[in-house]
Design a protein around this ligand. Sequence first.
Ligand code: GAL
Length: 356
Amino acid sequence: MMKNFRRSFFRWCSRPVLYLFITPVILSAFMLSGCSGEDDISGKKEVKIGLAAYDQYDNFISEMMELIDEDYAKIEKETGITVTTEVYYGQGSQFSQNNQVKNMINHGCDVLCVNPIDRTDTSYIINLAQENDIPVVFFNREPVSEDLLRGSSFFYVGADALQSGVMEGELVADYCRDHPEADINGDGVFQYILMEGEAGHQDAIIRTEYSISTIEGKGIALERVTSAIANWSGDQARAKMKSILESGTKAELIISNNDAMALGVMSAYEEAGIPVEEWPAIFGIDGIAQGLDAIDKGTMKATVYNDKEGQAEAITRLSFALATSAPLDDLDLENGTYIWLPYKKVTKDKLNEFRH
Ligand code: GAL
């Protein structure tokens, strides 16, 4: 992040005529500041970042929030600048999150990092931030572009939902091709249940559409026996799957929009006393710790890694750069606004790459 500043600074210093006059001044400035160098960009010794996440019970988001914390600690060590955070969780209400944002601004946060509750309703946050001249890094739940592109101080860090849907579809298709016995009733068609995330969430809509179209595009015949919306939650997926099982519905594949819901489905099978050998082939997305364990045990066949480490690093580096008015050139911003982290396929043979 600081590379560009250093590069232009040294290029500037290499002008010979300037050298004679300026060197003593610079040397004494470095000596007076204890030679820390990094904290001289904005002159700040401390920055305050406001963090607002949509829900504290979401497994993927909680793993990412822990990483964000660790990454700010690393930045503090690297730069000598203290980073304090003010953290809030919305309780499923955009209205409460708007108030939390108001508090963060009133409490003097330099930058806000917001995981919105309702991605179609971020205009209040954007207006307030604009009035107070505070940059906002949105993450994980992508605001509609009409809102996000309203100013140059709004950003989004996330991953491309379409890629995750296609990858999940490819993993399922490969599995069906390599395991014809997964077609338990031998009718040449894979009966499946789809576990969907929140209605209206870009990841839920796009993963659902593209996982299925990718499998079918690979020539695998599918039949949807039922689907359920479980809002990314393991508990909700468990409850929904329990009633699906009680209704006698049978499936050969479970295609879930995320790992937490896939794990909830597994709990329902366990609680129903169905032996693991009779479970359908289950697939998720995220690569949360318990999801990776399930792949290890063989109860989940594969997942798609949602790079929380990369996203946490991008959120913390970008927000810190904004708070210290450092250049953003090294941050790989698409259109000056977006940072996208690629998904990766996880199968049992590749587990070690994803366990940190
Ligand atoms: C998705 C993730 C889900 C859930 C959701 C929350 O990217 O796959 O598990 O965390 O974000 O917005």
